[in-house]
Design a binder for this molecule. Structure first.
Ligand code: BG6
Length: 523
């Protein structure tokens, strides 16, 4: 469909610079206070998440002067290491990012002052997450505000929090000191395990002390969805079943499972992406206006929305698994040939589904969600297809495009918004053509280096839980997909070639309702 759309040239001045609207020129992030002093305790100091995302995020925050002079970072892991050993290993990894353009964090050079600031605050503690002595050690080392960050496999969440609780490390002393715990995904593997984990951790601390992370909420473009919806009178009134035909939410990746075969085997695309990332996009798209921008108001609006999602039945979903193929002309292996994957695995690497939201705003509007690995294009976006114009004036006009009346909120890799409209082709006859009007964040705003974890870390330090998932939100999301998890049983996924648009069954899911997916192939 893209090919039919004539993109207008970007507006530029005589010196070739993009025009910026006056209201944006000169705006800066100044005025944002640094976070209060605290110790950030990272369980999983030697892990990938710490190296690839947490350290770059701390470095970026340090560069923006958003951390307290009194920040300390204590890394904990099973293996033997020293403060200096950990610091040097991380310094090397930071340097390696300057040579790796495909890393989440890539910079031409590492700013010595900003990294030095972080580096000197790092110390290391060797310990067994599952044994009491580590926590005895911690009680001596920690005072005041502490954020415990669980950058560890999910099996450690329960035991670590039990130990922190038993050692009294989660006790907050009035307003003087906070004790917070950041928990990575996956939070549970289905409804009952998520409920059990919530019940277990809530024995050790209050709900308000837990920050369940979903890194999609750290993406600026995702945070902007509420602004687009509720700060623009031209969208707000039409954002409902009277005007919207359907919504497509896509998170398509070109990468495969890489070195994460053993994690992925037990997880699959549904658990990995749907009840968390895609549901967060769904929430931002479909929630009722919250009573304020307060964390609890937004989280309550989300919980109410997900409660209205009808549990998804297997006949409304399709799962797929990639076979060998080509991505950008390069031959790539099939899922079954990936390291640490069983040769007869039935794990899905793709899922597409239709869901219904039973409330006044959305009743009758299908939401189609899809996500998969090794697809032809990388694209995370929300596409809102409006209903046909009510006046029949142009119903039969030549050039009237079925694919227009579309709003695309582009999250990755493009950050922007595009609308596809019907306009008249210049000339004597009334002939229509679809055109795109598009906005790119980087045409208007100076892009700050960002791996998505900066906001999340900063928010946790200042105690703003807006972007974190509350227990009820997690549980209702699992409840919505539970029939799939249990109903799919031992069946096998449909195969699709790496580098394709996904399994044919996904097209059929929409085709039987007279609709089609937007193409992933950018050509
Ligand atoms: C992670 C999943 O949570 O999100 C990965 O475990 C997936 O499988 C990733 O690749 C996608 O995130 P992003 O930010 O790269 O779109």
């Amino acid at each position: 469909m893209n090919t039919a759309v004539n993109l207008p040239p970007r507006s530029t001045s005589a010196d070739g610079q993009s025009h910026l609207p006056v209201s944006v020129i000169g705006r800066s992030a100044s005025g944002v206070e640094p976070a209060p002093p605290c110790t950030l305790v990272i369980f999983g100091a030697g892990g990938d998440l710490t190296k690839r995302l947490l350290m770059p995020a701390l470095y970026n925050l340090a560069g923006s002067h958003l951390l307290s002079e009194n920040l300390r970072v204590l890394g904990i892991d099973h293996s033997d290491n020293t403060d200096e050993g950990w610091r040097s290993a991380l310094s090397e990894t930071m340097q390696s990012f300057t040579r790796d353009e495909s890393a989440e964090f890539h910079a031409k050079q590492i700013d010595a002052a900003a990294w030095g600031w972080v580096r000197q605050r790092l110390s290391y503690l060797q310990g067994d997450f599952e044994q009491a002595p580590l926590y005895g050690d911690l009680t001596h080392r920690l005072q005041g505000n502490v954020v415990f960050y669980l950058a560890v496999p999910a099996r450690f969440f329960g035991p670590i929090i039990d130990h922190l609780g038993a050692a009294g490390l989660l006790k907050e002393s009035g307003n003087d000191a906070f004790r917070r715990v950041v928990i990575e995904k996956p939070f549970g593997a289905d409804l009952s395990s998520a409920k059990n984990l919530n019940a277990r951790i809530l024995k050790s601390a209050a709900e308000s002390q837990f920050y369940r992370i979903d890194h999609f909420l750290g993406k600026e473009t995702v945070q902007s969805i509420l602004a687009v919806r509720f700060a623009n009178a031209m969208y707000e009134p039409v954002w409902c079943r009277d005007f919207i035909d359907h919504v497509q939410i896509t998170a398509a990746e070109t990468i495969g499972v890489e070195q994460r075969g053993s994690f992925y085997e037990a997880t699959g695309a549904l658990r990995d992406m749907v009840p968390n990332h895609l549901f967060q996009l769904l929430c931002m798209t479909a929630i009722e206006p919250p009573s304020s921008l307060d964390a609890d108001a937004i989280r309550t609006a989300k919980a109410k929305l997900v409660e209205c999602v009808k549990p998804i039945q297997p006949e409304h979903a399709v799962r797929g698994q990639y076979t060998a193929g080509k991505i950008a002309e390069e031959a790539v292996a099939g899922y079954l040939q990936e390291p640490h994957v069983s040769p007869d695995s039935a794990t899905e690497t793709y899922v597409a589904l239709k869901l219904a939201i039973e409330n006044e705003r959305w009743s009758g509007v299908p939401f189609y969600l899809r996500t998969g690995k090794r697809l032809i294009g990388r694209r995370t976006e929300i596409a809102v297809r409006f209903k046909k114009a009510r006046a029949p004036l142009f119903a039969d006009a030549p050039g009237m495009d079925e694919q227009s009346d579309l709003l695309r909120i582009q999250i990755d890799p493009t950050h922007g918004i595009e609308t596809i409209l019907n306009v008249k082709v210049p000339g004597p006859k009334m002939q229509l053509a679809p055109v795109a009007t598009s906005f790119r964040y980087d045409d208007y705003f100076q892009q700050k280096p960002n791996v998505g974890y900066e906001t999340l870390l900063y928010d946790c330090m200042i105690g703003d839980a807006t972007l974190f998932q509350r227990a009820d939100n997690i549980e209702t999301s699992w409840a919505a997909i539970d029939p799939l998890l249990h109903g799919w049983g031992k069946g096998t996924p449909e195969l699709y070639a790496a580098g394709s648009e996904g399994p044919a069954g996904a097209d059929a899911l929409l085709a039987r309702e007279g609709r089609q997916w937007l193409k992933l192939d950018p050509k």
